[in-house]
Design a protein around this ligand. Structure first.
Ligand SMILES: Cc1cc2nc3c(=O)[nH]c(=O)nc-3n(C[C@H](O)[C@H](O)[C@H](O)COP(=O)(O)OP(=O)(O)OC[C@H]3O[C@@H](n4cnc5c(N)ncnc54)[C@H](O)[C@@H]3O)c2cc1C
Length: 391
């Protein structure tokens, strides 16, 4: 049977692409190997789907070519997606930092996309495994567990490698390589960092302690909560910085980002000379953490005993506390995959392959990865929309 286009992958990008192509009167077939579409949408944002971010801009994305995402993001903006959400009567709210969530449930976003697909005449087949894709003179020929299919345009929307349990596979990268595309090295991102050996022993019993920090690696910094876990560190600031962290990189945490720490210590030395450092720090940091910092590096003498240079050292440490991470929790818990299909070989306006006309890559399978906070879905919507306009 002939379809134009066939879309492989029923996630955010694939569904958006299907809707747009269907609206143009195309016969769209979407093939999904899981038992339902939109599984990551359902589990996203703690079940409320952080579906976009009010402040979306190209700076919020990592890619070997930081300019690549600009065109698609400009032609399908956060406001376009919000308009769709509102047309479907879905109530939403801004949680913080421009992050938009459903008031009720991420199920509403999947239902909205499925309703749009139905209105656009999109055919969706789930539980369908693609066994082979060939290119011939007339287009693409697919062998699937649901039979053979042909199409002139093939859209690869298979996402990244994170959360294999939810249907993630490396199939999109395989297809890219089959058709001569370069795939840039992939790694887990927006992911908790792990500690090991002595470094884990130093903090593991503080599991559950949370505090606001600014996390920095190699000139990049992100503010937000940091949560100590029994394996290492998590929380928004850590997830964000994980996208920039490579094994061996020095990670530093400003543990008192809202304070002028040196002025605080100097002031306390004058006002409370007999107070121990641990006591003072327990008033501005979680108590168990303050105690541990003193045990590990700061000491615990009464304030009057500290020379000015020592106060400077203590302040510097509190504002750039070194953490030796050993790795990440990997794709099992990562929200996204860095790297992927090289954008150098794709059109930034249509997502079409420059090597093989009719072949498209959209969403997370492409080497474009957003920060935490709704940016990844916005890329999926925008890139899916771009391909759906032409495929
Ligand atoms: C726990 C979690 C929470 C998240 N929360 C947010 C959030 O709140 N906001 C945000 O912006 N981003 C969030 N993300 C990231 C976001 O989900 C992804 O960036 C986005 O879903 C990517 O869209 P996509 O369509 O490219 O890929 P996906 O949504 O992953 O869809 C790919 C689809 O392709 C299918 N597929 C894979 N291989 C094959 C194959 N061989 N044959 C057929 N089908 C195949 C998969 O089953 C899947 O349905 C979260 C991610 C996770 C894991």
């Amino acid at each position: 049977m002939n379809h134009d286009p066939i879309i492989i992958g029923g996630g955010a990008a694939g569904l958006m692409c299907a809707i747009e192509a269907g609206k143009r009167g195309r016969r769209v077939l979407l093939l999904e190997h899981a038992n339902r579409v939109g599984k990551k949408i359902l589990m996203s944002g703690g079940g409320r789907c952080n579906f976009t971010n009010l402040h979306t801009q190209p700076d919020n994305y990592l890619s070997a070519n930081p300019h690549f995402c600009k065109s698609a993001l400009a032609r399908y903006t956060q406001w376009d997606f919000i308009a769709m959400v509102e047309r479907h009567g879905i109530a939403w709210h801004e949680k913080e930092l421009g992050q938009l969530f459903c008031d009720e449930s991420s199920k509403q976003i999947v239902k909205m996309l499925l309703d749009e697909c139905a209105a656009a005449g999109v055919r969706i087949e789930t539980d369908c495994t693609i066994e082979q894709v060939r290119r011939d003179a007339d287009g693409f020929a697919l062998n699937t567990t649901h039979g053979s299919q042909r199409c002139a345009a093939l859209v690869v929307a298979t996402g990244g490698l994170s959360i294999p349990k939810m249907g993630a596979s490396g199939y999109g990268y395989e297809l890219a390589r089959q058709f001569g595309h370069r795939v840039l090295p992939t790694r887990a991102a927006l992911v908790p960092l792990t500690l090991s050996g002595k470094h884990l022993d130093d903090y593991a019993d503080l599991s559950g302690v949370a505090l606001p920090v600014v996390a920095s690696v190699d000139g990049q910094s992100f503010g937000g909560a940091c949560l100590l876990t029994h394996r290492g560190l998590s929380g928004p600031a850590i997830l964000q910085i994980s996208s920039y962290w490579n094994p061996g990189d020095a990670l530093r945490l400003d543990l008192l980002p809202e304070r002028d720490v040196l002025a605080f210590l100097r002031g306390q030395q004058v006002e409370r000379p007999a107070a121990e450092l641990k006591t003072l720090l327990s008033e501005v940091l979680p108590k168990r953490l303050a105690q541990r910092l003193c045990e590990l590096a700061l000491g615990n003498r009464p304030m009057r005993q500290h020379r000015p240079a020592e106060l400077e050292q203590i302040a510097a440490l509190l504002q750039a506390w070194p953490i030796v991470a050993s790795g990440t929790e990997g794709y099992r818990t990562a929200e996204v995959t860095l790297g992927g299909v090289d954008t150098a070989e794709l059109s930034s306006t249509t997502m079409e392959s420059r090597k093989l006309p009719g072949l498209y890559f959209v969403g997370e399978v492409v080497d474009v990865t957003g920060h935490l906070g709704g940016f990844n879905f916005q890329w999926a919507w925008a890139s899916g929309h771009a391909a759906g306009q032409v495929a």
